[in-house]
Design a binder for this molecule. Structure first.
Ligand SMILES: Nc1ncnc2c1ncn2[C@@H]1O[C@H](COP(=O)(O)OP(=O)(O)OP(=O)(O)O)[C@@H](O)[C@H]1O
Length: 318
C-alpha cells in the first residue's frame, strides 16, 4: 500500500504539490492522472525519496522509503528510463542494482526474459531506443520481486505491441496481489489499464475513486434515440421533464435525451405506438470526464487556433 499524507512540495514560489493525500491499495492497477505540470512526477519522486517534501510524507507499507532496508525488494519503480550509465550493458546495470539490494543474481535473467531484452542484454544501454530503455527500467522495477510497483509514464516510446504488453503486465502484477500505481497522460490507455484512479490538478487532489465512478460522475448520462416519429417522440418526452437535444450525423437525425433512462423512453414510445430504430445509452469516455473535472486546473493549454501551448493559469503560488 502507498499512502500520501498531507504532501506538499514547493520549488521557490511554485507549489508543485499541495496538501495531497491519497491511498493506493494492493491487488489493483491505480492510475495517476493529471494535466501536464499537475505534480505527478514530483509526487512519485517524493514517494521514492528522490525529492524531499516541504511538508507531509509518503508511506510505503507504513514506512518511509529511506527507512526501508532493501528498498528494491519492497517497491520497484520506473521514473526516468534514461537514468542509466550509458557505457554499461543492460545485464551489468541490473547486476549493479541487484548487488546493492541483496537480490540473487538469477533474478537478472528472469526479468530480462520478462521484458524481452535477453538478446540485447550484453549491449551498452547508451545505444538503446526509448522503448528499450523503458523495458530495461521495468526490468529494474521487477528485479527485487517487490509487492509495490510505481511506473511514471511507462508506455512513452513504446509501439502498439509494447503498449499492449505493458497493459497485460500491469494486470498480471495486480492479479498477483501487488500494488500497482501508474501515471499516464494517455487517457484511453488508462481507461483500459486502471480500475482505480487518483486524479490531481495543479498539485491538488481532484478525485480518488474507481475509473467507472469517475466517468459516471462526470458524464451527462444520456440516450440517443432514432426513429421515423421523432417530432411526436419529442413532444411526448418533453412532457416528462427530460432534456431533449437534436442531433444528426451520417446515420441521420436523432434526439439526445438526458434525465430519462433507455427503458423508460422505450416503454413510453411503445405505449404511444411510436416506432424506434435506435435507443442507445451514451457512455461518457474517460477523456470527457477528465476534461470536465480537470478543466479549471489545466496549467498549459493550446489556444483555439491550434498555436503553440500558452501558459493560461499560473501555478498555485498564492
Ligand atoms: N526541480 C524543479 N524545480 C522547479 N520547479 C519544478 C521542478 N520540478 C517540477 N517543477 C514544477 O512543479 C510542477 C509539477 O511538475 P511535475 O513534473 O511533477 O508535473 P507532472 O504532473 O508530472 O507533469 P507532466 O505530465 O508534464 O510530466 C510544474 O509546475 C513544474 O514546472
Amino acid at each position: 500500500m502507498i499512502e500520501a499524507i498531507g504532501l506538499t512540495k514547493r520549488y521557490g514560489n511554485t507549489v508543485a504539490v499541495r496538501n495531497l493525500s491519497f491511498t493506493v491499495k494492493p491487488g489493483k492497477v491505480t492510475g495517476f492522472l493529471g494535466p501536464n505540470g499537475a505534480g505527478k512526477s514530483t509526487t512519485m519522486r517524493m514517494a521514492l525519496g528522490l525529492d524531499n517534501p516541504t511538508s507531509g510524507e509518503v508511506r510505503i507499507d507504513g514506512e518511509k522509503y529511506r527507512d526501508l532496508k532493501y528498498p528494491l525488494r519492497k517497491i520497484g519503480a520506473l521514473v526516468d528510463p534514461k537514468w542509466v550509465h550509458p557505457n554499461r550493458s543492460a545485464r551489468a546495470h541490473l547486476a549493479w542494482m541487484a548487488r546493492s539490494n541483496g537480490i540473487p543474481g538469477r533474478r537478472i535473467d528472469e526479468v530480462l526474459d520478462t521484458v524481452g531484452l535477453n538478446s540485447v542484454a550484453g549491449k551498452n544501454v547508451g545505444g538503446f531506443s526509448l522503448g528499450m530503455s523503458q523495458r530495461l527500467g521495468i526490468a529494474g522495477a521487477l528485479l527485487g520481486d517487490p509487492e509495490i510497483l510505481m511506473f511514471d509514464e511507462p508506455v512513452n516510446g513504446l509501439d502498439p505491441e509494447g503498449i499492449l504488453w505493458i497493459r497485460t503486465l500491469m494486470h498480471r502484477l495486480a492479479d498477483e496481489g501487488r500494488t500497482v500505481f501508474v501515471s499516464s497522460h494517455l487517457l484511453s490507455e488508462m481507461a483500459l489499464t486502471a480500475t482505480e484512479l487518483v486524479v490531481i490538478g495543479r498539485g491538488e487532489l481532484i478525485s480518488q475513486c474507481s475509473t467507472t465512478e469517475f466517468v459516471a460522475r462526470a458524464s451527462d448520462n444520456s440516450v440517443r434515440v432514432r426513429g421515423p416519429h421523432l417530432p411526436q417522440l419529442r413532444r411526448l418526452l418533453a412532457g416528462t421533464g427530460a432534456r431533449i437535444d437534436d442531433f444528426s450525423d451520417d446515420a441521420g437525425a436523432a434526439l439526445i435525451v438526458s434525465g430519462m433512462d433507455s427503458e423508460r423512453i422505450g416503454e413510453a414510445a411503445a405505449a404511444n405506438g411510436l416506432v424506434l430504430h435506435e435507443l442507445s445509452p451514451q457512455r461518457g469516455s474517460l477523456e470527457q470526464a477528465f476534461m470536465q473535472l480537470t478543466g479549471d486546473s489545466v496549467q498549459y493549454q493550446s489556444d483555439l487556433d491550434g498555436n503553440a501551448p500558452d501558459r493560461v493559469l499560473a501555478t498555485g503560488n498564492n
